[in-house]
Design a protein around this ligand. Structure first.
Ligand SMILES: Nc1ncnc2c1ncn2[C@@H]1O[C@H](COP(=O)(O)OP(=O)(O)OP(=O)(O)O)[C@@H](O)[C@H]1O
Ligand SMILES: [Mg+2]
Length: 259
């Protein structure tokens, strides 16, 4: 495996949770529970992977944290404050939550640079600081060669890099990444894995990340949880999950190998 992560599990285990989901239940229709009594803690600087089959409720869980949807029961606590009823903009501004959405997340008809400028204008008031931030992100995400190219003409990997760079404009503390590795070639996946690991080590970001390629996801995670039939059926470090019978039964199957 070429992407190497320095695990910081012991340090993280001892820290207080930054986000706590407490006994969250969600249903869109009567008698159809999407999430049932879900509790999950995410510490500062921790990368948590969220695995589960299609329709398990992974994107819904992220939408609950951003505030796009509200739970039927349960609470969301950030830094000890109950934010369950806070609107999206308060959560974004006060708790610096940012989302890399499963689909889209950019303006198709704007260039790479103008996508960053458009969101930058909302998040960074000072034009000089904004320009500096945009240039820093263009450099870090190797987007200089395509800065004038309209987003609709970028490759899948470049679009993903653009969306991740846009998600960092407001210097988030909590980053929700919904399938950022989907449908990409192996080298692009490796590049993004390296970026995600650097986001953790350089900025101490707390990251909740989903993907269906469990092997690609587990490389970047300190811990992962498996959602199935509305519940968390297994959780632990990647190596703990490999030995977890529920993880095998509900998600990985018998032939899965991590390394
Ligand atoms: N706004 C909504 N209104 C009604 N049902 C919804 C809504 N959002 C999600 N659902 C339903 O909730 C369930 C969970 O959806 P969600 O998108 O969270 O799953 P997911 O785990 O992200 O799936 P995938 O792996 O396919 O992205 C699905 O059955 C979906 O149809
Ligand atoms: Mg989803």
């Amino acid at each position: 495996m070429s992407v190497i992560k320095k695990f910081r599990i012991t340090k993280i285990k001892n820290s207080k949770p930054l986000i706590s989901l407490r006994k969250i239940s969600l249903s869109f229709k009567k008698n159809h529970l999407i999430l049932d009594n879900i509790s999950l803690d995410i510490s500062k600087g921790q990368v948590i992977g969220l695995l589960g089959p299609n329709g398990a409720g992974k994107s819904s869980l992220m939408n609950l944290i951003t505030g796009v949807i509200k739970p039927n029961f349960g609470n969301i606590i950030i830094n000890g404050e109950d934010i369950t009823q806070y609107p999206v903009y308060t959560r974004t501004k006060k708790f610096k939550i940012s989302l890399v959405p499963q689909i889209g997340g950019y303006f198709s008809d704007l260039s790479t640079e103008d996508n960053l400028n458009a969101v930058g204008e909302i998040l960074i008031k000072d034009p000089k600081l904004r320009k500096m931030k945009v240039e820093e992100l263009i450099f870090k995400f190797e987007l200089d060669a395509v800065r004038k190219v309209e987003a609709k003409f970028l490759s899948g990997g470049m679009k993903r890099r653009l969306v991740i760079s846009m998600s960092l404009l407001g210097d988030p503390e909590i980053l929700l990444m919904d399938e950022p590795l989907a449908a990409l070639d192996p080298q692009t996946i490796q590049m993004l894995q390296t970026i995600i690991i650097k986001l953790q080590s350089d900025y101490n970001l707390s990251i909740l990340i989903t993907d269906h390629q469990a092997r690609d996801l587990l490389v970047v995670c300190d811990k992962a949880v498996i959602l199935s039939n509305s519940k968390i059926v297994a959780e632990g470090t990647p190596s703990e999950l490999m030995k977890n019978e529920n993880a095998t039964k509900y998600y990985f199957g018998d032939n899965f190998k991590f390394k």
